[in-house]
Design a protein around this ligand. Sequence first.
Ligand code: A2P
Length: 303
Amino acid sequence: MVFTKTYTLNTGAKIPAVGLGTWQSPDDEAYTAVKTAIASGYRHIDTAWAYGNEEAVGRAIRDGLKENNLKREDVFVTTKLWSTFHRPEKVEEGIQESLTKLSLDYVDLYLMHWPVALNPEKGEKFPTREDGSRDLDEKVTIEETWAALEKVQASGKAKAVGVSNFSIPFLERLLKSAKTVPAANQVELHPYLPQHKLLEYCASKGIHVTAYSPLGSTNSPLLTDATVTKIAEKHGKSPAQVLLSWGATRTSILPKSVTPSRIESNIDLFELSPEEVKEIEALQTSKAHRFCAPNWGVDLKWD
Ligand code: A2P
């Protein structure tokens, strides 16, 4: 059964619990994946300027909507501001580039991809200094970038704005000057990194949490975890379905796949018993692990 649960953002908009992740999906695969997802019942698609696939994702959304007799407002689309676009004048350029590539008038959610600004002057996605370290942009603060994102929301080019990869200390810092509370914070989250404290903090501030890498990313050890596979066998489901069924009742989730059969099964979720939920949540104490931890040369203040 297609899992149709939605969460409500602090703007009042509904965000479907299951969205398709497209990080590391090259153009042709992203195009087919997004079309398969829409035909399979997904109404939430996640991309980013940095993924380099916005044009293909946008084309697939357009074609997918048409082929399934759906309208633009039937699908929730998220994209993200890359770190070289943090200066206020570049924020407008960033959203416009994304909208042009996606061929959309607006996105449903526009996120600051990382709380890290990179030097835009070299025209590179990952500018580095001579010593090999990241070339951070000292000319802009996350508060200034956030104020520019608030203007993007006011312009209507994004129905809601939020952040990604923000830990509690970074959210606290942002909230001191923010006029608009971020609608969402998209972070890595799965049973080895359940983010209990962050979820509690975000709930207290009205910030929705979205999980990326809900399966534990590429070659995930979670898919062969003994507890997860035991529960999967008991229900006649796949380990991925166990992980996603756990995840989708806590936050919205963005399983990434370019494999049609997996895309279909990743939205076919079921109810776990309270005991099974406890067993899954016990995994973090023995196996806590973060899979996505790029070295920015900035302390992101995770626990
Ligand atoms: P693929 O895209 O080749 O299907 P995450 O969403 O945690 O980042 O995980 C993405 C990884 O998990 C990708 O390598 C993806 O492979 C794989 N994956 C996605 N869905 C499933 C599934 N149902 N079963 C096994 N692996 C999956």
